[in-house]
Design a protein around this ligand. Structure first.
Ligand SMILES: Nc1ncnc2c1ncn2[C@@H]1O[C@H](COP(=O)(O)OP(=O)(O)OP(=O)(O)O)[C@@H](O)[C@H]1O
Ligand SMILES: [Mg+2]
Length: 467
């Protein structure tokens, strides 16, 4: 049984009844209208697949009905019937966009065939729109470059999950393209007309993050002069991108878990529950499983986020993508610089292929821009590459922290001490200044750490409290 909806428009009741009977027998859902105006009222309320309309009617004629279908871009096919001798008007109607015409008196077989043809045409049209949409999606991926098998797998996963509402967890080192992928997921989803709202959980101080995410009511804390809408509300209907999710405090992790489970939250200082319809995309460059096993990230939240994990491989594991990426960035920055372009000579390209790229694609992008600006000849050679890449390829320092040696040299012991200080502060912050935990992270015993903290004169920062 077909579920297609058909509308018959004719001012003569006899004709309406006859056509209704034939088409109902074919299994279609048939409605009717006695003039053009009535037809438009019905068309604006229900979705019809085919409209069969008489030409001459009081109020609004058949041409008016066809015009309405076209102007409103309805996915509905218009067919005209016409009396003997008014074929010319029928042709006019077809020029306007009617699909076909039927001459009176009606012949049951002819009507069935024309309606069937119209429905086949409609199916084809719909398939076409679908294919076009798919093509558009492919086009939108064009700013994510990668020919390697591993990137092809990433593309096919994006393709599969973009259209769903499933939570995606994007994992990958810094500079591997996590934000780019998050945007591709959103802009290739049915939510693309609604906002994509990024939140960097690592860059916003803990005390502010809650109100940033959920908003606050006027007077919720000192300085809250008016009600503020949070990012979850802003993202309603769209997607929220929770970047650096591992940096979220335990208290906020609990609140986020609730939003994921119940799709509702309260503003800070508020009691009213607010519903939200957002797709959640999260990202981190940390090993979240390890964060869970070390007690820094809630296991239940991890499972809620890790519905679809999307791993972005580091650039050193897909070096075959380097030439393509270079070309891509050369075109991107060349455009900004009046079409200037520089190619990489064999030796320079070899160097890029040997280097380990600790900063991944972002580092490569910066390098291409730099070469394009600084290189005066059309082909870059070794002398156009930064020292770091030349030495990085010779002795492998990729696993080491990258600190540039200044032109004027450096005092080694001060540099080492500063490096030590920076690492200790990071460990303390990450463990909330619980020294046992920080010592574990640094693989030293607690006494050694306490000595170093004293020597470096480090102090726990004062808690900032709001309200
Ligand atoms: N496959 C790719 N094709 C083209 N450009 C890329 C690709 N991957 C990354 N980029 C570019 O590299 C830069 C860094 O990407 P992005 O900001 O998405 O990385 P990230 O993983 O979010 O890094 P971080 O963890 O440091 O925030 C951006 O300018 C992005 O456009
Ligand atoms: Mg990022």
């Amino acid at each position: 049984m077909s579920a297609h909806n058909i509308l018959i428009v004719d001012d003569e009741g006899q004709n309406r009844d006859y056509l209704s009977e034939i088409l109902s027998q074919e299994g279609y859902n048939v409605s009717s209208a006695s003039n053009g105006k009535d037809a438009i009222a019905k068309l604006s309320q229900d979705a019809f697949n085919v409209v069969l309309t008489d030409l001459q009617m009081p109020e609004l004629d058949g041409l008016g009905v066809i015009r309405y279908l076209i102007e409103n871009n309805l996915s509905c096919i218009g067919i005209i019937f016409t009396g003997y001798g008014s074929v010319k008007t029928a042709v006019d109607a077809m020029k306007l966009g009617a699909f076909d015409y039927i001459t009176k008196p009606f012949k049951a077989d002819e009507i069935k065939v024309v309606v069937k043809k119209a429905l086949d045409h409609l199916a084809l049209q719909e398939e076409n729109t679908y294919l076009k949409a798919q093509l558009k999606a492919k086009y939108k991926f064009e700013n994510i470059v990668g020919n390697s098998d591993r990137m092809q797998k990433v593309f096919s996963l994006i393709d599969k999950v973009a259209s769903t509402d499933s939570t995606v967890l994007i994992l990958g080192e810094s500079g591997t393209g996590k934000e780019l992928v998050a945007r591709a997921l959103h802009y290739n989803s049915p939510r693309s007309q609604n906002p994509f709202v990024p939140v960097n959980c690592g860059a916003i101080p803990e005390e502010l993050l809650e109100s940033e995410l959920f908003g606050h009511e006027k007077g919720a804390f000192t300085g809250a002069f008016r009600t503020r809408i949070g990012r979850f509300e802003l993202a309603n209907g769209g997607s929220i991108f929770l970047d650096e999710i591992s940096e979220m405090s335990p208290t906020l992790q609990v609140k986020l878990l609730r939003v994921i489970q119940e799709r509702e939250f309260e503003r800070v200082g508020g009691i009213k529950s607010i519903k939200t319809d957002v797709r959640i995309i999260a990202a981190t460059n940390r090993d979240l499983e390890q964060e869970v096993s070390e007690g820094r990230f809630r296991e239940d939240l991890y499972y809620r986020l890790n519905v679809i994990p999307l791993n972005l491989p580091p650039l050193r594991d897909r070096k075959e993508d380097i030439p393509l990426l270079v070309k891509h960035f050369m075109a991107k920055y060349g455009q900004e610089k009046n079409g200037k372009t520089v190619s990489f000579g064999k030796k320079a390209m070899n160097m890029l292929m040997q280097y380990k790229w600790p900063g991944n694609v972002r580092e490569l992008e910066n390098l291409v821009e730099r070469v394009l600006v600084l290189c005066d000849s059309p082909e870059a050679d070794l002398s156009d590459l930064p020292e770091k890449i030349l030495s990085g390829s010779a002795g492998d320092t990729s696993a080491l922290p990258q600190i540039d040696l200044p032109e004027s040299g450096i005092d080694l012991s001060t540099a080492v001490s500063e490096f030590e200080k920076s690492i200790i502060i990071q460990a303390l912050n990450r463990s909330n200044w619980v020294k046992n935990r920080a010592a574990k992270l640094l693989r030293v015993n607690r006494t050694t750490l306490v000595e170093k903290i004293k020597k470096q004169k480090l102090q726990k920062p004062a808690e900032v409290k709001l309200g």
